[in-house]
Design a protein. Structure first.
Length: 338
């Protein structure tokens, strides 16, 4: 327990005032006329103790007792997730094909890739109360918009803000993956760690980039997911019979092959419609509910009310005793003499 104004505690000796009241002893002719009333003595001492407790409680309440802001650890079921969202201009384009599937709730946006990603990320974050989230936008550069946090309100606000504005021209996925790995460096390992990449493009990486990304993902025990948003041409990450020869060696496929070669858990989801995107998010959601150590920040808690309640109860008791004394004296004076 801490105090906002600890210097006021120097006033606590004022609680001795009830014991310094004036002397009410009277001189009598014969001391034998003074009866010995132990019950009255006990009541008098009790009332003085109550008065002293009231004064002390009021002083301590004014001194501002409180429990400072602190962090507590608890266990939950979830994961630590860093979301990498592509902010390139191609993310403003619609999905490859329209689908009759629609969400049960109203979606008031055009079906661009970025808008759909924002909506489903909101659902994903809202459905995982114990997860810790980080958020990175990337185009040519990666920007760590949100460090790892337990605050769902902050994460949802960041996702909503990600849908504003227009995308940029160039995309560099390597800087985003490096940024995600670096966000976990120095962090205490609490449980399952996920990097969720949402992008409609790929990249041919240099050997130096591949080595750095591989090291970061491996050293930080990361699981990598890639939700690949297919473009209008409908190219898939895996080779298909009879496909266009132009798709062979595409950056998307080269990146997919690199991810599969990593010594870390990796899974790719191809989404060309709302239904496929929803299914990909659901699969990821179901796979990661492991025991996770959570750090919860507890706000400052004032304790002044407890002292005020003690003072109030003491004052009620003292007031009742005064009323009873006044009533007894008044009744004695009104008693007729014979």
């Amino acid at each position: 327990m801490s105090w906002s104004h600890p210097y006021l505690l120097y006033l606590l000796p004022l609680a001795m005032l009830p014991w310094l009241s004036r002397n009410t002893e009277k001189q009598i002719v014969w001391q034998a006329l003074l009866p010995q009333d132990n019950f009255s003595l006990i009541i008098g001492v009790s009332l003085r103790l109550t008065a002293a407790l009231v004064i002390a409680s009021l002083i301590m309440a004014v001194a501002g007792p409180h429990i400072p802001e602190h962090t507590v650890q608890r266990s939950g079921q979830g994961a630590e997730v860093i979301i990498l969202l592509d902010r390139s201009r191609s993310m403003d384009q619609p999905f490859a094909r329209r689908h009759t599937f629609r969400l049960s709730t109203k979606m008031n946006f055009k079906e661009s890739k970025r808008s759909v990603a924002r909506y489903y990320l909101t659902e994903f974050v809202s459905s995982r109360p114990d997860d810790r989230f980080g958020y990175i936008f990337f185009s040519e550069q990666a920007t760590g918009i949100l460090p790892l946090t337990y605050s769902k309100e902050t994460t949802l606000a960041t996702i909503e803000a990600g849908g504003l504005g227009r995308g940029l021209t160039k995309t560099d996925i390597s800087v985003a993956l490096k940024k995600a790995g670096e966000m976990f460096e120095g962090e205490v390992y609490r449980g399952s760690r996920i990097v969720l990449l949402i992008s409609d493009g790929g990249q041919i990486l240099s050997s130096e980039q591949e080595q750095r990304i591989s090291q970061l993902l491996r050293d930080n025990n990361l699981t990598l997911y890639w939700i690949y948003l297919r473009s209008v041409n409908g190219m898939t990450l895996e080779e298909m019979p009879g496909e266009s020869v132009l798709w062979q060696g595409a950056p998307e496929r080269q990146l997919h092959l690199f991810f599969k070669s990593l010594d870390v858990p990796y899974q790719a989801f191809e989404a060309g419609s709302l239904e496929e995107f929803a299914q990909a998010m659901e699969n990821i959601n179901q796979q990661h509910y492991q025991t996770l150590l959570l750090e919860q920040k507890m706000p400052r808690e004032s304790l002044a009310d407890y002292f005020l309640w003690v003072a109030l109860l003491g004052l009620l008791l003292l007031t009742a005793s005064q009323i009873y004394t006044w009533y007894g004296v008044s009744r004695a004076y009104r008693t007729p003499r014979h």
